[in-house]
Write a protein that binds this ligand. Structure first.
Ligand SMILES: Cc1cc2nc3c(=O)[nH]c(=O)nc-3n(C[C@H](O)[C@H](O)[C@H](O)COP(=O)(O)OP(=O)(O)OC[C@H]3O[C@@H](n4cnc5c(N)ncnc54)[C@H](O)[C@@H]3O)c2cc1C
Length: 416
């Protein structure tokens, strides 16, 4: 029997609790939000000797980070041909490199802090369900080649399920996100980071940055970082540049060794994605966590979307495997396909609209905040700056993408 609305990670790990803020404080940097973005930003800054206070509205790690699939990939949600059309070759290459750097940064932290969190390098397999999707893979490979980045295309590779071709990107990764982040908490405390839960930031105000909290106390800081997923104060610089979508997730128990371990995504719109974790199911079986059937959060077709997802899995694997649990999660999508990260007002940083690649974006944002605050150069500040204006071609490309997703996903499911 499936357990509703509990992710694999939240069911597996107890996240420690922290007190409410009960007095006024001051710090160098005040961070709002206790998901992966808040915690990685806190880590990078504290490591550099900066005094950080982190305020979480509810409980740590219960937002998008608790419901993720935790692929750690440089394959972002905008295909490379579109990325090149929208940003040009040099910029597209830089964008993909920023995600490669992010994978390396996450790996470095895990190694340096000796964190046991099921981290492994693996390949990402973009697979085609039919000839049309295979053509999309050919185009993706050609676009990658045009910017000197490699991925291998094969029609014959064996994965344990039928496909029309697979584009393999090596040196990607996956982990147990909550094992990683809960292991980071004592390290943050040891570096002097103060963490408060049940403390909602309601305003960021004043000449020095002041985070005003709902329970009447203030934390004064030189800098603030809004890492609340959806920026609670919705600054004008990012207003109308993002939209909230919902994704549906199921955990399946599958036979040991039948599927190749790694991360997978198809070429449909909305696309399906899954990870194979060897030996992580009950009694040493393998586990598949699959997501998809994304649509705007306002569209109430969850039951039908879960049904469509289970049917997709059954068709792909040729068998209805036991569904151990299922849950939904929110995905914030940017209007031009790129996250909004950086200083939107003097000394006020935000990090939002990470699409389905928030593991790497969180690390990119942590490095950008670190470099902005310490006055260091960072090659990605200009690309992600939140006050950029999307061009017409960017809005058109992504608008077409989201429109297609709406009609082929939510609307199609509505009539099932
Ligand atoms: C179903 C699903 C699958 C995904 N799969 C992947 C994947 O495979 N790979 C990948 O890279 N990314 C994936 N993502 C995206 C990724 O999980 C997210 O982008 C990432 O977890 C966002 O982390 P965050 O810390 O920014 O936000 P969150 O984890 O949502 O944390 C934000 C925190 O801020 C708190 N908060 C909100 N308002 C306030 C306030 N006013 N004051 C104080 N605190 C506040 C919230 O309570 C929350 O705890 C997926 C997302 C979903 C939903």
């Amino acid at each position: 029997m499936a357990t509703k609305n509990t992710s694999t990670w939240l069911a597996d790990v107890t996240v420690p609790s922290y007190p409410k803020l009960t007095k006024n404080l001051s710090a160098d940097v005040v961070i709002a939000g206790g998901g992966i973005t808040g915690l990685l930003n806190a880590y990078m800054l504290a490591k550099a000797g900066i005094k950080v206070v982190l305020l979480e509205k509810d409980r740590l790690l219960n937002g998008a980070t608790g419901s993720t699939t935790a692929f750690i990939t440089s394959s972002i949600d905008t295909d490379t041909p579109d990325l090149i059309d929208m940003f040009g070759k040099a910029e597209a290459k830089k964008i993909l490199e920023s995600h490669e750097d992010a994978i390396n940064l996450i790996e470095k932290i895990i190694k340096q802090e000796k964190i046991d969190c099921e981290y492994m390098r693996c390949s990402n397999f973009a697979y085609a369900n039919d000839r049309k999707e295979y053509k999309a893979l050919e185009e993706e490979q050609a676009a990658l080649k045009s910017i000197d980045m490699g991925a291998a295309l094969s029609k014959s590779a064996e994965f344990g399920f039928g496909h029309a071709g697979v584009l393999t990107t090596k040196k990607q990764a996956k982990y147990h996100p909550l094992k990683f982040l809960t292991a980071l908490l004592p390290k943050l405390e040891a570096m002097g980071v103060e963490i408060y839960e049940k403390t909602e930031v309601t305003d960021i105000d004043g000449e020095d940055t002041v985070a005003v909290t709902a329970n009447g106390h203030t934390v004064t800081g030189e800098w603030s970082i809004t890492a609340t997923y959806h920026p609670f104060n919705n600054p004008k610089e990012v207003f109308l540049k993002k939209g909230m979508y919902v994704s549906h997730m199921i955990e399946l128990e599958v036979p040991k060794g039948k599927y190749v371990e790694g991360t997978y995504e198809d070429q449909e719109n909305p696309y399906h994605y899954f990870r194979v974790d060897a030996g992580k199911g009950a009694k040493g079986k393998d586990r598949i966590i699959m997501g998809g059937e994304d649509h705007r959060k306002e569209v109430p077709v969850h039951k039908k979307s879960f049904k469509a997802l289970e049917e997709y899995a059954e068709e792909l694997f040729g068998k209805a495997y036991p569904v151990i649990r299922s849950w939904t999660g929110y995905v914030e999508e940017p209007s031009d396909g790129l996250a909004l990260i950086g200083e939107y007002d003097p000394h006020r940083i935000l990090a939002t609209a990470f699409s389905g690649t928030g593991m790497t974006y969180a690390a990119i944002s942590a490095q950008i905040s670190h470099d902005l605050i310490l006055g260091k150069k960072n090659p990605y500040i200009e690309i992600y700056r939140p006050d950029r204006m999307p061009t017409m071609i960017q809005l058109w490309r992504k608008g077409r993408d989201y429109g297609e997703e709406f009609f082929r996903g939510a609307v199609a499911n509505l009539f099932k």
